[in-house]
Ligand binder design. Structure first.
Ligand SMILES: [Zn+2]
Length: 233
């Protein structure tokens, strides 16, 4: 079992990776990991940018938003994390960001197409969308409705707001957020040409999901991102 201290380090690294990948939105957006003792979520503290986060800024939050361990303030949108973790026993980590290209893409209403490799991680079928509200997810009821829209998937677009991605661990949840943003950016770029698009057919897309983005590949890319941030790690 991963220790809480290791999880805090992973969550902090995830925040810094998301900053480097351009998903920071001043002090908004967060990463969490499930507490191995079942007490709640180890969540990035509020009031800090992704680039500033160290292990000490990752705090333990219970399902009611109570601060159990660590020093810091709890993000208003903590129910995204606590309710998704409650609904999905297979999920070990949750990411929520206001990723720019994903927000722009979701606003177009276009189905997500695998223009490059990236889209194959999400489609077919078309990516999930949450449309109940574009406002902040500040209570358990809304958090549960996001979890419902996510269903058994790895990502959901919060239309006119941001994204939520999940994974068995922080590496997978963060890499999924990075890949989703790239998928949305590629499609926006291609569709901006005004020309007809081509994309990978469904059977091949499903094969690529395993071949391009299998567990080993995601893990290797994560190690690279860690190395790029800290060459000594
Ligand atoms: Zn948000």
């Amino acid at each position: 079992m991963t220790s809480a201290e290791d999880l805090r380090r992973e969550v902090a690294l995830g925040c810094r990776v998301l900053d480097r990948e351009g998903q920071g939105d001043f002090i908004w957006g967060h990463v969490s990991a499930r507490d191995p003792q079942g007490r709640g979520a180890w969540l990035k503290g509020a009031g800090l940018g992704f680039d500033e986060i160290t292990s000490d800024d990752v705090i333990l939050v219970d399902r009611d938003g109570g601060l159990l361990e660590g020093e810091g303030r709890v993000h208003f949108e903590y129910p995204i994390h606590t309710e998704v973790l409650a609904a999905r026993p297979d999920v070990g980590a949750v990411v929520h960001t206001h990723a720019e290209a994903a927000v722009a893409f979701a606003a177009t209403g276009m189905p997500l197409r695998p223009i490059g490799h990236e889209g194959t991680l999400f489609t077919p079928p078309d990516i999930a969308r949450y449309t109940k509200t574009s406002d902040l997810i500040m209570n358990a009821e809304l958090g549960a409705s996001v979890a419902q829209a996510l269903d058994a998937r790895n990502a959901v677009l919060l239309v006119n707001h941001g994204i939520v991605t999940v994974g068995a661990d922080v590496a997978t949840a963060v890499m999924t957020a990075v890949i989703l943003e790239r998928a949305c950016r590629s499609q926006l770029l291609a569709s901006a040409s005004g020309l007809p698009l081509t994309w990978t057919h469904d059977d091949e897309a499903l094969r690529k999901r395993e071949g391009v983005y299998g567990e080993h590949q995601i893990g290797a890319a994560w190690v690279y991102l860690r190395r790029r941030l800290d060459p000594d790690s």
